[in-house]
Design a protein around this ligand. Structure first.
Ligand code: SF4
Length: 308
């Protein structure tokens, strides 16, 4: 490690102790941020940790909707997102006004919202889900109720297939996962014929149909333990290769595509940003009280539902 980086990390550790802070990092963050973090994980895992920690300060290395969820679930804590401009192309596909309008068109529907959405959209929802528990959330809805699934049409299509329930799908998608095509899977299999293909459910149906396993990033770590091959092709944001290689050093992991599987928003936070955030104790993530109360009940219902 470069001397400068080592010095920055030492200072971060010192400030963490002084401020009783904890660093959470999503699996898509750069390797040096994941290695720095106290806890890494997917949206569901990090939401649980944010709610459970007794630290006074949460430095959230991820994107804004995740930090908002942490602030909602841990209102007595200071939640800091080191770079405020870390957004999400998927979350941007739904606004609260659009969800209210959709509710008017489907007044009897249960609104299930993927956590990759703004706090304002969560506040308009009956329950949230993550890619890790979406199937179980749907299974809990009485069979005679309509379901409006917001905002990821690909995740919605996948849970529709898993549950046999017909969902009203929002027309949003993650630009990173939606860019993966069936031909990319076929080309990856040709390059690595011994490997099992694991993809994220935000991928298109044509891609999930060709995979050996479809799971959240948290589920991928478990799938690697469960599946017999030693080699894997991973169809999600390339940051996920780092925790997989760390957790299973005896296995070989290949990205599904040679390029293009990068979420720019997940790569914005640097060690210097984390240091600056801890020094200044900002930027603090805040959600207005009314939105937070309503979003919190949708999130808490989600946390009651186990992983698929
Ligand atoms: S990978 Fe996709 S869903 Fe995840 S933060 Fe980036 S744009 Fe949003």
């Amino acid at each position: 490690m470069h001397d400068d980086a080592a010095a920055i990390i030492n200072r971060i550790q010192q400030l963490k102790r002084e401020h009783r802070a904890i660093i959470l990092a999503h699996n898509y963050e750069p390797p040096e941020i994941q290695d720095l973090a106290d806890i890494t994980g997917d949206s569901l895992g990090l939401s649980v940790q944010a709610a459970a920690t007794d630290a006074g300060v949460i430095v959230f290395c991820g994107v804004s909707f995740m930090a908002e969820s942490a602030a909602i679930l841990a209102p007595e804590k200071r939640v800091i997102l080191p770079r405020q401009e870390c957004g999400c192309g998927l979350a941007d596909t739904a606004t609260a006004a659009q969800v209210r309008e959709a509710r008017r068109r489907h007044p009897d529907a249960v609104v299930i919202t993927y956590v990759n959405s703004s706090a304002a959209v969560k506040a308009e929802s009956d329950i949230c889900c993550t890619s890790g528990n979406a199937v179980n959330v749907i299974k809990r809805v009485p069979a005679d109720r309509e379901i409006l699934f917001v905002p990821d049409r690909n995740l919605g299509a996948w849970v529709q297939q898993q549950t046999g329930r017909r969902l009203i799908l929002w027309n949003g998608c993650c630009p990173v996962h939606d860019a993966i095509r069936a031909d990319d899977v076929r080309a990856a299999r040709a390059r690595h014929p011994e490997a099992a293909v694991i993809v994220h459910p935000e991928c298109r149906p044509e891609v999930t149909a060709l995979a050996d396993a479809v799971c959240s990033t948290g589920g991928m770590l478990a799938a690697v333990d469960r599946l017999p091959p030693r080699e894997f092709i991973i169809g999600t944001e390339e940051g996920m290769l780092h925790p997989l290689r760390r957790a299973a050093p005896d296995r070989i992991f290949h990205p599904l595509k040679m390029n293009g599987m990068i979420c720019a928003d997940m790569k914005k936070i640097s060690l210097v940003d984390v240091l600056r955030a801890l020094e200044k104790q900002e930027p603090v993530v805040s959600v207005d009280q009314d939105t937070a109360v309503r979003a919190r009940s949708a999130l808490e219902r989600m946390l009651d539902v186990p992983r698929n």
